[in-house]
Design a protein. Structure first.
Length: 308
């Protein structure tokens, strides 16, 4: 092996050496960043000499392969660059111009043909057959009697509505991209704290949901207490006969024993699932309150329960 080859090999290895830091951050660490295309939060890892967003935006149809991917894959996160977002904005501007041009052609009657999807029918079995694409022109009418009113004007109206909906969606996405680009700034330190920030947001969201659930539970418990703490209604429920099953006589009413409402009175639960033991069954507090309202009407007992 020649000396020159060794020197060139050592130089190439030195050039290809993995950097220890990228954008002032440890290169081998794992971060969380924002995708430039979909603005979702994903893992950011070292890819060569860059910190890039991992694979995302795909589906698993079950064939052993992944289908599709976000264009922001293997690109730098939005905290470090905005080139992908700017390319995406330019692409949307072209799509918006194309939609505007198409709408102008529709409104000035410059469209002389359309490709549409039609469905045939089997008149003997009265069912639809395979769909197919056809080219239609002004004056076209669907020859199938099962699709009365399917003609050129109706298909043209559908095409106009679809193009307007497409233009609205592109305009909405462009507005989002413009706002993102207007507030963009180079901030590599945001990657280092993004995971903690996401965890804090998740904790706050969980706490908010728990607070809403606790408030809802407290309201339902107050309404339930207004019913079950009423002595007249409790006496009515205790003395009311209820259905039981007897092997010889079948279903029937009996005034003896402890009723299911007594079970509720004795075993009022305050579980997080808002379930109340009701004999051998389990009902939500809402179902129990609704049933107790009916029982109060039958007993002609007026109860001033709070609103819920």
């Amino acid at each position: 092996m020649s000396r020159k080859f060794e020197e060139d090999f050592a130089k190439a290895m030195k050039t290809a050496r993995v950097p220890r830091t990228i954008h002032g951050l440890p290169a081998d660490a794992r971060y969380t960043g924002t995708c430039q295309a979909c603005f979702g939060t994903y893992v950011v890892k070292r890819h060569g000499r860059k910190l890039t967003v991992v694979l995302h935006g795909y589906e698993r149809p079950g064939s052993g392969y992944i289908v599709g991917e976000c264009p922001g894959r293997d690109e730098e996160p939005f905290e470090l660059a905005k080139d992908v977002t700017e390319r995406f904005r330019a692409l949307l501007l072209g799509m918006l111009a194309d939609a505007e041009r198409r709408l102008a052609e529709f409104k000035t009657n410059l469209v002389s043909e359309l490709y549409v999807e039609v469905t045939g029918t089997n008149l003997t079995q009265r069912k639809e057959t395979k769909k197919r694409m056809i080219l239609i022109r002004p004056g076209w009418k669907n020859p199938d009697p099962m699709f009365y009113g399917d003609d050129w004007l109706s298909r043209l109206k559908i095409a106009i509505n679809k193009t307007e909906a497409r233009r609205s969606g592109i305009t909405r996405d462009l507005r989002l991209l413009e706002n993102k680009l207007a507030t963009w700034r180079y901030d590599p330190q945001a990657l280092a704290h993004a995971e903690e920030r996401a965890q804090a947001e998740k904790t706050a969201k969980t706490a908010s949901k728990k607070a809403i659930t606790d408030e809802k539970e407290a309201k339902e418990e107050a309404v339930l207490a207004a019913f079950l703490d009423n002595p007249q209604l409790v006496a009515y429920l205790k003395n009311k006969p209820y259905m039981v099953f007897n092997k010889t006589a079948g279903w029937g009413y009996t005034p003896s024993g402890r009723s299911e409402y007594e079970e509720v009175i004795l075993r009022r639960t305050r579980s997080r699932t808002l379930s109340t033991c009701f004999g051998s069954r389990s009902f939500s507090r809402r179902q129990l309150i609704s049933d107790l309202r009916s029982q109060a009407r039958d007993a002609r007992v007026k109860i001033s329960a709070p609103k819920w």
